[in-house]
Design a protein around this ligand. Structure first.
Ligand SMILES: O=C1O[C@H](COP(=O)(O)O)[C@@H](O)[C@H](O)[C@H]1O
Length: 278
């Protein structure tokens, strides 16, 4: 068993690298390998957090990420992960009913949460019966209560929540959570959760964690697949011109935490390539 784990690790390391402060890049041959590595990564962080603090606070996103987390619902993880210790949050949510096809909650419920024994009271979804502004305020208030009781850890350098793990996807335009290119919310410094009513991607009304919260997490993973996102991956992680420095995905830089990019070969196809060894 140990030898197999070592071989797996070596094969993974052959396609990974660390790019200065823009994080670790893990490049996978296909979606299957990416899904396996992602499940193992999440399970390891869960185990470490539960050991250290008795809980695991994880914020998820919507989109393709949820399907890529599917391995967690299978053996061994469905049995070995301490699901009762998980507290689940959303890094962003669309302001629609929880039963709506666009709801990130519904996506996660159908694809993941209904298949594992998480406690319903630990699933921290948004209030879907109020305006976007109120939903953001409510969600921030709720997160503040859980920081006060230290269910969610607190940053060592600010009053920000320090989630054990924030999982992000990325759009072809470089957006993460519901932080879109050139949007004023990228400059938000005080709020933990904010709202937008003009999302360039439907639906227009959303709430989102702000960059200070994302960058205060202990661990952030950005999970990106497909050729349509290759250019944005390059702009977010390679040495590029000053005009790309404000791409939302490039602004993800945990201050004290660890950043890992999970990529398939297609998403990695436009990387400069000099920063990782084959
Ligand atoms: O609208 C959103 O898009 C991003 C990216 O989605 P993907 O399907 O291209 O992976 C997602 O991470 C975010 O949570 C969602 O609201």
């Amino acid at each position: 068993m140990l030898i197999i784990e070592l071989l797996n690790l070596l094969s993974r390391m052959a396609h990974s690298g660390v790019h200065k402060d823009r994080g670790e890049l893990r490049i996978h041959e296909n979606l299957d390998e990416l899904g396996t590595d992602l499940a193992e990564y999440i399970a390891e962080l869960s185990e470490a957090s539960v050991k250290e603090r008795g809980v695991f606070t994880i914020a998820i996103s919507g989109g393709s990420l949820i399907g890529l987390m599917g391995r967690l619902c299978e053996a061994p993880y469905n049995k070995t992960v301490d699901w009762a210790k998980w507290y689940i949050f959303w890094a962003d949510e669309r302001v629609v009913a929880k039963t709506h096809a666009d709801s990130n909650y519904k996506l996660a419920k159908d694809g993941l949460l209904s298949k594992v024994p998480v406690l319903p009271s630990h699933v921290n979804s948004i209030n879907d019966s109020v305006s976007a502004e109120e939903a953001a305020d409510d969600y921030e208030f709720h997160v503040r209560q859980l920081v006060k009781t230290r269910t969610i850890n607190v940053s060592d350098i600010s009053d920000c929540p320090k989630f054990d793990l924030i999982l992000l996807g990325m759009g072809p335009d470089g957006h993460v959570a519901s932080l879109f290119p050139n949007h004023p919310v990228l400059d938000e410094k005080d709020e933990w959760v904010t709202f937008i009513t003009d999302s360039p991607k439907s639906p227009p009304e959303r709430i989102t964690f702000t960059l200070p919260v994302i960058n205060s997490a202990s661990n952030v993973a950005v999970v990106v697949t497909g050729e349509s996102k290759a250019e944005a991956v390059h702009l977010a992680t390679d040495d590029v011109g000053a005009d790309c420095l404000s791409l939302p995905a490039r602004l993800v830089r945990p201050i004290r935490g660890k950043l890992v990019w999970f990529l398939d070969k297609l998403a990695a196809s436009k990387l400069d390539g000099s920063q990782f060894s084959e």
